[in-house]
Ligand binder design. Sequence first.
Ligand code: SF4
Ligand code: SF4
Length: 374
Amino acid sequence: MPGFDSPAAAAVVLDKGGLDGLIAGLGAGGFRVIGPTVSGDAVVYDDITSVKDLPAGWGDEQQGGRYRLVKRQDGALFGYTAGAQGWKRHLYPPRQTLFTARRKDKGYEVLPPPPAPPPMAFIGVRACELAAMAVHDRVFGDKTAPEPGYQRRRAAAFVVAVECGQAGGTCFCASMGTGPEVTAGFDIKLVELPARGVFVATAGSSAGADMLARLKVAAATEADKAEAARRVAGARPAKIMDTAQARGLQAKAEHSRWDEVAKRCLTCGNCTMVCPTCFCSSVEDSTDLKGETSERTRTWDSCFSIDFSYIHGGAVRTQARSRYRQWITHKLSAWHDQFGGSGCVGCGRCITWCPVGIDITEEVAAIAASDQGR
Ligand code: SF4
Ligand code: SF4
């Protein structure tokens, strides 16, 4: 959706001072700069003003139902893998006022919307997260149901991508074709070389090239570029998802595995909240106590919530098996028909943040392992 043009050819090397200059330059240019921070024992994308805010020397350990920050010895600024939540909460906020209306003598008036907030600059976007943004570009760019707020925020955003230097314990980007290499959709791409405390940087748009031109950089040598390529090559995750099996889920609606997973699933909806592509929402109307003003608000919702499938007379997905099946079948199979690609980018968050460690890749493999289910 945003206008990323042809990448400027030359890679350059900048040090941590140069990265600090990039963050400061974006802030001075009117951007709200958001990047990884340590908060509540997790890496969280939040406002930053300098490299001092970044999670220096922190990595993470992730597995089903488990997330722990761990200290690294190399002082890497981007040494973690997927943060606790993706960029979705900034581009598609969990709670949005759609409009406010005020009572008049006769009828009501809709108040003008508040001024648009400043554009955002995202620091540290991973390959899978760029893929998730591309998914939302398709979903929210749909001509029949466009989402103008998302489109405005996305079009104005400046994206600094960082290639992973290691795979997370739950991610499987390579089998989804979304990573770990960053190939498109960025203004600037960085590869961190922690042992030297420098970054190999490449511009992916004219805005990115302009920004790099203002920083103190050195031309990248062939050795720098080879080191950067080796680093991302070492970040390919071992975990895989068989995408053909995943696509076939729609034909397995009555498989006994749905009952088995329902015994473990708490229907808490964590998986949908952390997923960078889930976009279900609800709309609620409220008034003040005097009935003078009313507000329409959109909030994130989840297909795991019983109310979400409520239509006149009751909910149509009353059981955990049908809610889990709806989530995974839509995401991995029906999404292709609806949006032209998978709704999963392989970030692994739904596995890490599932309190009982349900693993989407294991469920797909188990369902594909037998022919039952039609
Ligand atoms: S799969 Fe896990 S995270 Fe998702 S609703 Fe079930 S228990 Fe919660
Ligand atoms: S389904 Fe799970 S692995 Fe796939 S994009 Fe969503 S959170 Fe990431």
